[in-house]
Design a protein around this ligand. Structure first.
Ligand code: HEC
Length: 703
């Protein structure tokens, strides 16, 4: 029985994918495995067909694995040779039996580490196999069979990612929120860095998989004399930071090219100390995977002062043009725009226009004269918000939104102002997020989910000199999220008023040091600074924490700070823009036109009032299969996991997960049975957990 299914699906795969490209990609990633984060070439595509349009409604839970931890889970696991490799919310690494979900091994570094950790990287040369996992500022090499630390790698089995950047490592926070890629015997990584100074430069680095030696570095902030150095002040390499590729890299193994999508330079919202276009921030960079040399690059936002990071990894595609297959790459953006390039030459495959936008009025700032705007495909989501585009959920909500909008500056690429809010559409959470898109070689379609959630913020002048007391530290590092008066922005950002009633001082201290959920840790500030912060927060008022700081250099406070990531929601907490608040999209990459677009995500309490298909924010990407299906969780409020018909966008199946499935699923075959696996971890707007849920057809009913 089992055997027959294996053969049948292999035959179907061959029949459906007789093109040379599909066969080649199948050869690199056996169709029953899921070996790379984002799937082969970032396509999130599988040739499996056992689960298909006609039987998907019969899917049932095959197994679950509860990590027993809380805090959320954005991991897209891997499946290699019968083992599922994944993370826990607290950054332990686990290997599960792919057929049963039974724990095979678990690696606990002993470090406390929190925050997004979207997966691991697998390397094998046929005899040896390693799993690379990031924990805190370290990259560990583990034996893929046993989970044991490979002591010959780096410093006793790990490398400290803060080292080798040409700077004092101490004040730097360098972690990885998305895993690296393996090319031959190299593990190539991007990084997550601070969003304000001091921030590490976002160098892309390649390490030897066996020794952990750095083999090459691509400097995203150029050193004097490097290409692009003239787009920065002379001292940028020494002083500036970020321009990091945190959303993940994608490899074209045949051509030996790695694609790195970078984010903004620090500080996100004021660039008076980094005048110029700031290459290679906000760029898609094609890098020679063997040597680290730049092949081509495209900067999608010049001199970013809006935090418009590349939030999603690119997807490698094949575009049919004039009867020929053109190797392409799709890069989606936080703005919800879609850039498509020839991935060998960097030449755009659809027209891109350079348009002028308003100049900044902030002293010392200078916005770029023009920004590149893709003409095709059209944006996934509105690029600005006008009165006609506001919520009509209730008349009161609409009135509130109209009045509020009139107090704000709006418009695409409108620079922030001091003392007045600017509405950024879509907001600093996108747009398209870290889940990225999926590509179907069969139809040439690219699938992607997008959120329509504008956010507003403004700039405030900082005290002229860096101050070390709790209040100044709080204003510099915490107020943007928890509010100037500790009031937060519930439910997204917790209020710290009365926090001592909810948590012990040790717990609060640990959260500040190590971070939690969407909050990065601040351990790098040093314990004296954290003690001052603690005193300020627990007093709930201004304190003058004398004594000063002993450890670490002072944070470099620029002339401005910003007033936080404020979602544009009505007084009842729903988006203040017109529905849909999120969509799922299929774009024909041959024409740049949309094949379909459907509302994506719901609010259960609005559904109960008869308001269905509102759309909602979503985090986590889709997976497309040769079975005709698009699997996706991602929606924040309804905790659903869904399967759509990839040709029409029709919903074919849905189920409710224990927590929101804010992660990208995978699909694989083990013992003749196709599984679809997703991490359900939720986000802080709801309870969080960390459970892996695998679905399959009832046993024996597959064929
Ligand atoms: C990027 C936004 C962000 C920044 C900056 C930030 N926090 Fe947080 N903070 C959060 C979020 C989100 C949570 C909730 C985390 C969770 O439990 O999922 C949180 C939780 C906390 C908690 C626990 C609150 C509770 O009710 O349990 C404390 C205490 C805290 N933060 C203090 C700080 C301090 C002090 C700073 C500055 C050094 C800071 N935060 C900076 C977003 C932020």
């Amino acid at each position: 029985m089992t055997r027959r299914i294996v053969l049948t699906s292999a035959v179907i795969a061959l029949v459906c994918f007789s093109s040379a490209i599909a066969l080649r990609s199948a050869a690199q990633q056996p169709p029953h495995d899921w070996r790379e984060y984002g799937g082969h070439q970032g396509t999130r595509h599988s040739t499996l067909t056992q689960i298909n349009r006609s039987n998907v409604r019969n899917l049932e839970v095959a197994w679950t694995y509860d990590t027993g931890e809380t805090g959320g889970l954005q991991t897209q696991p891997l499946m290699v040779d019968g083992l599922v490799y994944a993370n826990t919310p607290g950054h332990r690494v686990i290997a599960l039996d792919a057929a049963t979900g039974a724990l095979v091994w678990k690696f606990d570094s002993g470090l406390t580490s929190r925050g997004p950790n979207r997966g691991v990287t697998y390397w094998s040369n046929g005899t040896e196999a390693r799993v690379f996992a990031s924990v805190s500022t370290f990259l560990y090499a583990l034996d893929a069979k046993t989970g044991e630390v490979m002591k010959d790698f780096g410093d006793g089995g790990r490398i400290d990612m803060r080292l080798g950047l040409g700077r004092d490592a101490n004040p730097l926070n360098v972690t990885m929120s998305s895993p690296g890629v393996v090319y031959r015997d190299l593990i190539i990584i991007g990084s997550a860095t601070a969003e304000r100074l001091p921030a590490a430069p976002g160098d892309i680095r390649a390490y030897d998989v066996r020794t952990g030696q750095i083999r090459w570095t691509f400097r995203t902030i150029p050193a004097p004399g490097d290409f692009g150095a003239d787009t920065w002040p002379a001292d940028a390499r020494a002083n500036s930071g970020s321009a990091n590729a945190w959303a993940g890299l994608v490899l074209d193994a045949e051509r030996g090219i790695v694609y790195a999508p970078t984010g903004s330079a620090a500080f996100d919202f004021y660039g008076g100390d980094r005048l110029g276009d700031n290459l290679f921030a906000n760029s898609l960079i094609a890098i020679n995977a063997a040597t680290g040399e730049r092949i081509w690059h495209f900067q999608t936002v010049r001199h970013d002062i809006w935090d418009k990071d590349h939030t999603s990894p690119p997807t490698l595609i094949t575009v049919r043009r004039n009867g020929q297959d053109v190797p392409g790459v799709v890069q989606t953006t936080k703005q919800g725009t879609v850039f498509v390039f020839n991935r060998v030459t960097g030449e755009p495959l659809f027209p891109i226009e350079y348009r002028s936008f308003p100049q900044s009025e902030v002293p010392g700032e200078r916005a770029a004269d023009t920004q590149p705007i893709p003409v095709l495909p059209e944006p996934l989501v509105p690029q600005t918000t006008t009165e006609a585009m506001l919520t009509r959920r209730t008349p009161e909500a609409n009135r509130w939104a109209v009045e509020t909008l009139r107090t704000m500056r709006t418009g695409e690429f409108t620079p922030l102002a001091v003392g007045q809010n600017t509405l950024i559409s879509p907001g600093m959470d996108g747009g398209v997020e870290w889940g990225g898109g999926a590509f179907d070689p069969e139809t040439g379609r690219f699938f992607v989910n997008v959120s329509n959630m504008p956010e507003f913020t403004s700039l405030v002048e900082n005290a002229p000199a860096p101050d070390t007391n709790g209040r100044e530290l709080y204003r510099t590092h915490c107020a943007e999220c928890h509010g100037e008066k500790l009031e937060g922005d519930p439910p997204n950002m917790p209020s710290l008023v009365g926090v001592t009633g909810r948590r012990s001082l040790e717990e609060i201290n640990a959260v500040i040091r190590e971070g939690a959920g969407q909050m990065d840790g601040f351990g790098h500030l040093g314990q004296p600074a954290i003690a001052s912060l603690l005193q300020y927060i627990t007093a709930g008022a201004v304190t003058s924490a004398g004594g000063g700081r002993r450890g670490g250099p002072p944070p470099q406070v620029g002339p401005y700070r910003f007033t936080g990531y404020n979602r544009f929601v009505d007084p009842e907490g729903y988006p203040a823009t017109a529905m849909p608040w999120g969509t799922l999209n299929a774009i024909d990459t041959r024409t740049g036109e949309y094949s379909w677009k459907v509302p994506f995500g719901e609010y259960p309490e609005l559904v109960a009032q008869g308001m269905k298909d509102t759309g909602s924010e979503s985090y986590g990407g889709p997976v497309v299969t040769a079975g005709g299906l698009l699997f996706i969780g991602a929606t924040l409020f309804d905790k659903k996991f869904r399967a759509f018909d990839k040709d029409t966008g029709a919903l074919l199946w849905e189920t409710t997960l224990p927590f929101a499935g804010t992660a990208t699923p995978i699909t694989y075959e083990q013992n003749g049975r196709q599984f679809v696996l997703i991490a359900a971890g939720g986000r802080r707007v709801q309870p969080t957990g960390g459970v892996y849920v695998a679905f399959a057809l009832p046993q024996g009913a597959g064929e």
